[in-house]
Design a protein around this ligand. Structure first.
Ligand code: T1G
Length: 697
């Protein structure tokens, strides 16, 4: 059957093979088949050369990830590549957009490559828990050397055409606007110069006599920066094979390791996150053609840690910000922190000092709400207190133009209640950034009862524009992330009462792959934040009878130990050192507290620690789904991977529960509930799915 997605035409004795497979020209089965057919046709045709180009917005952006997890249909990717590489006349890849993964590998099987200046190329497979399985681990080192290839392949980061040209991946950068003409001219020049058919596979000087110690160094580095991830290690094995084996043997090694990672649980989890990230942008009841407003000027209320970090997000993408505070000293302090952040990045070479000034120049400090008269969006980041926020929103309602969107960065408070003090509840929304706001990619977009579709769609677009991953959530205490974290933290504290120490709990989830355990995280964030919120709620006295409460964090705060900021919290910290050190004082405090409560401490297994913490997340996540606070289980996974350091190779808490099996999870939750009914109420959705043999996804 002829493939419908790859066409062949001829212009001035040059064959033009065009791939048309929107949205990203992925190498789906019909594309591989079409390429094989058209290149065989081109080889026989009376032409002097062939150009491979793509229609739409990008050159081939990789293998078709939706085909993974199913039996791969012929033609095999490598067979198609071989036809291209063995063509009897020059093949020139004409690259625009993002030639990624199998796309770049296809281009590396062409004899030459030209690209637009705006094009980017890369091998991002590692982000999917994979490795370049189309010869990329063998060809790229032959072009740019093993060290540069290791960086490209283990980082997965794309490079601009200019850098790729300097490295030798691209042979020529053509002028923007006429890619095809540029490629044809390049091909004609090749023929006129009698240039050889350069097969990358035949290049050997850069992979000969390589100091193999670089691979162990790379492995050590990856085991630190990508702790627990298998794919980076396998990528390194493949590049090493390119330097120790002949091409075909190296390719066979790559294929063996590719099959290994392709069927791994880690890759299934990371591919789940890839699609989950994109699904999160879809709001099921919002019309697809909902218009969005242009956001050209932004106001930030509050120049504290969050306000400054939020301001940086907008300034980083060139959107000017007016930042409002109640006193000059707060403005000065806040802007000094922002400047220090930028100067630190400039010191690391991420950008120049001129760019620091450029970005700082986009921030206008202000003390009067009148300065917000022209902004299109305001993000409020003041003290987490409802009365304070209501007062701010009432003033914003009169100070800003009628169509201005008013967003609150509250991490738990009721967005509807805040909206109720304005005359524009349709334009009020929550934008919950995660600290540090200029680093964490997650943005919980809290949709109020009255938030309009236009406000929601605009806020999503703004989130994407400032490089955040936006997840739309509903209004409840803690929305999704913090509501689940509250249950997770409670179980961690109960484990202290029952027999664990902070380092036991943190160690168990750290080994599972979390970036940081709950107690180290508490010390980092500051134990006094939660303490003050609990005091504000009159806890524990105001607790409903029978509800379990652990006062250990209160006791620690009463000692003036707020965490890293005071040099001690659950752990102690040497001056200038953020390494948590277990403290006998805390062990004694925990033991005495348990005794005071009449509890007999026991040895709690690491397995139980992991189950108690993970299933606390899962059980609450199931309730959040039942209440419609999150649209889908994969949204919850995205929130935990991008906001709470949950390892992508476990796919997020709900995917992790599916991989354990919901029947097993439900049984353990019921066992915990039997032992401690006050803090465990099995979620009906979890029960239902467990009984049906279903999954969250
Ligand atoms: N396969 C299938 N669908 C894909 C896809 C892919 N490779 N890439 C994107 N899509 C879908 C995506 O799900 C979305 O669908 C739509 O296209 C637009 O994507 C053998 C094994 C190219 C930079 O990892 O990084 O090659 O939601 O929203 O923001 O060695 O997509 O509209 O239904 O992201 O403009 C390696 C992955 C694969 C590149 C465009 N390649 N893609 O970003 O649009 S493995 C990748 C991206 C491989 C070989 C190995 C981005 C993009 P829907 P989008 P975008």
């Amino acid at each position: 059957m002829m493939s419908h997605s790859v066409s062949y035409t001829k212009e001035d004795a040059i064959g033009i093979i065009t791939v048309t497979n929107p949205p990203v020209n992925a190498l789906s089965q019909h594309v591989r088949q079409g390429l094989s057919e058209r290149f065989a046709e081109a080889d026989k045709d009376n032409t002097i050369a062939t150009v491979l180009i793509c229609a739409g917005r990008t050159f081939i952006a990789g293998a078709d990830i939706t085909e993974f997890g199913k039996p791969l249909q012929p033609p095999n990717f490598l067979d198609t590549m071989e036809i291209i590489e063995n063509l009897s006349k020059p093949v020139v890849a004409a690259i625009h957009g993002t030639a990624l993964g199998g796309g770049l590998e296809t281009a590396l099987c062409c004899h030459y490559r030209v690209a637009l200046p705006s094009a980017r190329v890369g091998l991002p497979e590692v982000a999917l828990g994979l490795l370049p399985g189309g010869g990329g681990t063998q060809r790229l080192p032959r072009l740019i050397g093993p060290e540069a290839a290791l960086e490209v392949i283990t980082s997965g980061s794309p490079m601009q055409a200019g850098q790729a040209h300097r490295l030798g991946v691209i042979d020529e950068v053509v002028t923007e606007g006429d890619l095809l003409d540029g490629a044809k001219a390049f091909a004609r020049k090749l023929v006129a110069d009698g240039a050889a058919l350069k097969k990358v596979r035949d290049l050997s000087d850069k992979v000969t006599g390589v100091d193999l110690a670089i691979f162990d160094a790379a492995r050590k580095q990856a085991s630190k920066t990508r702790r627990g991830f298998e794919a980076p290690q396998r990528c390194i094995d493949c590049v090493e094979a390119a330097c120790t084996l002949p091409f075909d043997a190296g390719l066979a090694k790559e294929q063996e390791l590719f099959r290994q990672v392709l069927t791994s649980q880690q890759s299934a989890a990371q591919r789940h996150i890839f699609f989950a990230e994109r699904a999160a942008a879809k709001v099921s009841d919002m019309p697809k053609d909902t218009p969005t407003r242009a956001i050209q000027k932004v106001g930030i209320i509050g120049a504290g840690t969050m306000g400054g970090g939020i301001a940086m997000n907008f300034v980083n993408v060139g959107i000017p910000v007016t930042i409002l505070e109640t006193g000059q000293e707060f403005l000065d302090k806040g802007l000094a922190v922002v400047r220090a952040n930028y100067e630190r990045s400039a010191k690391r070479g991420r950008f120049t000092l001129e760019q620091v000034e450029e970005r700082m120049g986009l921030i206008t400090p202000a003390l009067d709400y009148a300065a917000l008269g022209e902004v299109d969006l305001v993000v409020e980041a003041v003290f987490e207190n409802m009365e304070v926020k209501k007062e701010v929103f009432a003033r914003l309602d009169t100070a800003t133009k009628p169509e201005c969107i008013l967003a609150t960065n509250t991490s738990t408070l009721n967005v509807d209640e805040i909206a109720s003090v304005t005359a524009r509840p349709g334009q009020v929304i929550g934008t919950h950034f995660f600290s540090p706001a200029n680093v964490m990619r997650l943005l919980e977009i809290v949709r109020g009862d009255k938030t309009s579709f236009e406000t929601l769609a605009t806020t999503q677009a703004v989130g994407k524009a400032i490089q955040k991953i936006g997840v739309v959530v509903g209004v409840c205490d803690g929305f999704v992330g913090n509501r689940m974290l509250h249950k997770y933290s409670a179980q961690a504290q109960y484990l202290l009462e029952e027999g664990s120490l902070p380092q036991d709990v943190d160690g168990a989830v750290y080994d599972l792959g979390l970036a940081m355990g709950p107690f180290a995280m508490g010390d980092l964030a500051g134990l006094d934040v939660g303490w003050r919120i609990r005091q504000g709620k009159g806890l524990p006295d105001s607790l409903p009878t029978g509800e379990r409460y652990c006062a250990i964090p209160d006791r620690i705060c009463e000692l003036g130990r707020y965490g890293q900021k005071t040099g001690a919290g659950y752990y102690t910290y040497a001056p200038g050192d953020r390494t948590p050190r277990p403290d006998p004082v805390i062990e004694e405090l925990i033991v005495n507290y348990a005794k005071e409560k009449g509890m007999t401490r026991r040895l709690v297994s690491r397995e139980e620690i992991v189950e108690r913490l993970m299933y606390a997340l899962v059980n609450e996540g199931a309730k959040i789904l039942e209440e419609g606070i999150a649209q889908r289980a994969s949204d919850i996974d995205v929130i935990y991977v991008y906001g709470y350091g949950f390892p992508a190779y476990l796919g997020g808490p709900m995917f992790y529960a599916d991989s354990v099996g919901l029947k097993a999870v439900y049984e353990r939750v019921c066992a915990f509930a039997e032992h401690d009914p006050s803090s465990w109420q099995p979620a009906p959705l979890l029960k239902k799915l467990a009984e049906e043999g279903g999954t969250f996804h």
